[in-house]
Ligand binder design. Structure first.
Ligand code: ADP
Length: 431
């Protein structure tokens, strides 16, 4: 390839408050370092002079407050500098949140309302930079020594763990620009689908479970209470999507709503939240650097994310392969199917689907599990599945109906950390 052989080391000089926007090439990584000055990637300062390697396809910006020289080695899909960014308005939001955290900490021994730090929820259409802004606010806070909680309600991509989940984790250090969020002990609920419309009621149930669990954790932890949370949401903002946003704002008792890149959503939310004096609705400009992704690209990103869960970002993990007998497994699906046969209902009544109904996958249906990602639930009884978080995931690589066995990948060795498995529609074809 002509472009690949053109790879040379080159320098880019950035003026103050400008950024270098990069899309790494599709097949080859990019090396980059800060030669002089200070620069950050989405809120995380880069170490001086040390080469960092960015994997193929990554899209990011190197921003500098006071000027910097950056050195690049390798080819990119695109790279250009921009001096118009919304970064000053973003860091101003950070400064206000910072003030609230200090106030919360100062009154930690008093009542629970004033000791609560900011609960920020970031909303906006798809590709408005929500995940990126969430990340900056978290990294800036972590840099000042806070441990804010990151809540990710975006089941489509999954910045904490696999897609199809809603999850939360404390952020203890600025987020690594290459590795992302460390997978220490996230609190994860498995919804099982990439879009909430598969089972909107179940989505609400898990959002509520997550919020309640965090609330309990905060009660005994003044430090994380004062640091507050940053909640990232889905890009679905119309109809039911809008209802789900209101539900999330309410369920997490969000007190700062940041609306990215949409006037209409901002004015809707401002009006509907007007009678809640302690909720601030703030409009923020979308960055011109945000890269739009179509459905296909999104789907691909999901696949890479699942692959990353099992194999690591750069194939640095080796999952274990196991064989299990159908009869030793307890795989459940949630929802779907009528609650009772029509014959059992009063005349004229329609059989309604129960969104929380648990359906055991029987041995003659096991073929349906091929290539699915299954969650390992912490539930001790099947009835607890819709209120339990999950330990992790396995991936079904083969189904052998003759031997009545399945083959699966697991990221860790040994027995699974739970007895019950949950299936949705989240699948992946290994390539
Ligand atoms: P959303 O969460 O609203 O869907 P993201 O924050 O995920 O949007 O942004 C979409 C893509 O654009 C991501 O790949 C992100 O890394 C990239 N991106 C965001 N801001 C910039 C920027 N200033 N320069 C270059 N790429 C960016």
């Amino acid at each position: 390839l002509a472009s690949a052989s053109a790879s040379t080391v080159r320098q880019v000089k950035l003026d103050r408050e400008s950024e270098l926007r990069i899309e790494v090439a599709n097949e080859t990584p990019l090396r980059l370092r800060v030669l002089n000055g200070n620069a950050e990637i989405f809120g995380t300062e880069l170490p001086p002079e040390i080469w960092l390697t960015f994997p193929p396809r990554l899209k990011f910006a190197v921003f500098t407050w006071y000027g910097a020289t950056i050195e690049l080695d390798g080819t990119t899909e695109t790279d250009y500098t921009a001096d118009e960014t919304p970064m000053v308005s973003y860091v101003n939001v950070h400064a206000i949140l910072e003030g609230r955290r200090h106030r919360a900490r100062a009154s930690a021994s008093k009542d629970s309302d004033t000791s609560q730090g900011p609960r920020v929820i970031v909303v906006g259409p798809t590709d408005s930079g929500k995940s990126t802004l969430s990340r900056m606010l978290l990294s800036w806070a972590a840099k000042q020594g806070w441990k804010p909680t990151f809540v990710d309600l975006d089941i489509g991509q999954g910045s904490i763990t696999a897609p199809g989940c809603i999850a939360a984790t404390p952020i203890e250090m600025p987020i690594d620009p290459v590795e992302g969020i460390p997978l220490e002990m996230p609190l994860v609920y498995f919804f099982g689908h990439a879009t909430p419309s598969n089972n909107v009621d179940l989505y609400r149930v898990f959002v509520k479970e997550l919020a309640q669990t965090l609330e309990k954790q905060f009660t005994g932890n003044a430090e994380s209470r004062a640091a507050g949370m940053v909640i990232n949401t889905m890009g679905w903002i119309e109809g039911v999507g809008y209802e789900l946003l209101l539900h999330a704002i309410d369920t997490f008792s969000a007190n700062v709503v940041l609306v990215l890149g949409q006037e209409k959503l901002f004015s809707l939310l401002r009006d509907v939240l007007k009678n809640k004096p302690n909720v601030d609705v703030v409009k923020l400009q979308k960055s011109g650097g945000v890269v739009s992704r179509n459905t296909k690209v999104r789907q691909k990103a999901r696949s890479y994310r699942i692959r990353e869960y099992f194999y690591g970002l750069v194939n640095d993990l080796s999952p274990h392969s196991y064989v299990a007998n159908f009869n030793d497994l307890h795989v459940y699906r949630i929802g779907g199917g009528p609650q009772a046969p029509r014959s059992a209902l009063p005349i004229g009544a329609d059989p309604v689907a129960n969104p929380l109904r648990l359906v055991l996958v029987t041995s003659d249906q096991v073929q349906e599990l091929i290539h699915l990602v299954l969650a390992v639930s912490y539930a001790e009884e099947p009835e607890q599945i819709t209120s339990s978080n999950v330990a992790g995931f396995i991936y079904v690589t083969e189904v052998d109906m003759g031997r009545k066995q399945i083959k699966y990948l697991s990221p860790s060795a040994g027995v699974l950390p739970g007895k019950y498995l949950v299936a949705g529609t989240l699948s992946w074809i290994e390539t």
